[in-house]
Design a protein around this ligand. Sequence first.
Ligand code: NAD
Ligand code: MLT
Length: 310
Amino acid sequence: MKVLVTDPIADAGLETLRDAGHEVVTGYELAGQDLLDAVADANALIVRSGTEVTAEVFEAAPDLRIVGRAGIGVDNIDIEAATDHGVVVANAPEGNVRAAAEHTVAMTFAVARDIPQAHSRLKDGEWAKGEYLGREVNNKTLGIVGLGRVGQEVAKRLDSLGMDLVVYDPYINEERAAQFGAELVDDLTDCLARADFVTVHTPLLPETEGMIGAEELETMGDAYLINCARGGIVDEDALAEAVENGPVAGAALDVFAEEPLPADSPLLDVDDIVLTPHLGASTEAAQENVAVDTAKQVLAAFADEPVVNA
Ligand code: NAD
Ligand code: MLT
């Protein structure tokens, strides 16, 4: 069988497939007709978030049995088209959860203590000690939007650092929130208004797209927003404006409505916005986990066995 891999995954995943006797072809950054040509004789396609798997891709790949997503979000895959073409879509929802949670915590401290800004000034030869006065997370309120796998891991970590937790997630109950020492509130405004720091952990869905816009940022007031979930949940223009001219204290983002982030994005011009290029899952352990999990799903599909997380 031929497995086409269009976003980089860890070698351990590629080896798992090769050891099982399959042909593995890597073609990173393929798009347009090049992607359609490459997938034409593929029996499996493995992607991360960089490849848009559109209806056209499914039409071009008559022998495709499975699309494996080496990670969590499947918003770059047209699930309806996959179903129409009888192709299984499977993600790897466990392996990078801790990496994403740790990155969220790192971004929280980065923005609250001006670490990237102070670092780059020091590298430029400036000792700007007197210009930065950060905020501690201790004794502050964390507003968690979405208490799923990543949200729960963030809750555990920031709870242990002395934060009070308030959660907005319409799909869980109070008991679930209480297991993580959090109070569940039934409206987003309440969560945002009470929080000193807000972390976002929902999938990108029609219902979450643009969920945090100008009005919600106004409600947050002098608090920090951290989004390592998906671009498009937060209105980027409104965020740039709300951090530049108030009331929002600062923001840290790992994910963007358009990736790579366009060079004319207003986010790039605001000093109190810290940005990373979708690095949440980029640890050695996480990449090995999701690559091997995805390879095993492909092997299961080839063997006509049940595919987990399909
Ligand atoms: P999950 O499905 O386990 O949890 C999502 C949670 O969001 C669920 O509890 C769900 O009830 C809640 N939710 C859904 N709609 C909501 C709404 N309208 N308002 C509030 N809550 C809502 O997902 P996860 O594994 O925790 O992943 C969370 C996000 O992080 C996803 O967007 C995923 O793609 C992203 N992610 C990013 C990276 C990265 O590299 N930056 C890495 C891993 C995950
Ligand atoms: C995910 O959804 O798992 C993340 O976006 C990580 C990634 O694959 O880059």
